[in-house]
Unconditional design. Structure first.
Length: 128
């Protein structure tokens, strides 16, 4: 069986999330955790995805139990359409403290987002 050659691409949002994680972990005085995340992405996550691209859970297969969640998923679906990414291509890779969103499109794996479990998904007020 021929091995499928895959390419990993980092979306601008993923790169921005990495910068945000650096600031978040620096504020928590946890820069060793940032270095460990970068190592894990390079040494584990990317090789795993190259070998098993569909290993992550399909993102839209989860049950949504709130109006806010339904609205957020609809907005996400619309955003994916503007990027020409079908919703069924979106998957999540769960690390100990992080969630990586990625999409598989043929021979391309798009790393779209990464967040720490303690980062808020919403912002309250002007400084939040």
């Amino acid at each position: 069986m021929a091995k499928r050659e895959l390419q990993i691409r980092l979306a601008a949002s993923f790169e921005r999330n990495i910068e945000e994680l650096a600031a978040f972990l620096a504020e928590a005085d946890a820069m060793p955790a940032y270095d460990a995340l970068l190592d894990e992405l390079v040494e584990t996550v990317i090789p795993n995805l190259e070998r098993f691209p569909e290993m992550g859970r399909p993102f839209f297969s989860r049950d949504v139990c709130s109006v806010e969640g339904i609205n957020a998923l609809e907005r996400l679906g619309e955003r994916l359409q503007t990027l020409a990414i079908p919703p069924d291509a979106l998957r999540e890779y769960v690390l100990r403290d992080y969630l990586v969103l990625y999409a598989v499109q043929g021979a391309l794996i798009h790393l779209l987002a990464v967040r720490h479990q303690r980062q808020l998904a919403f912002r309250l007020g002007a400084s939040g």
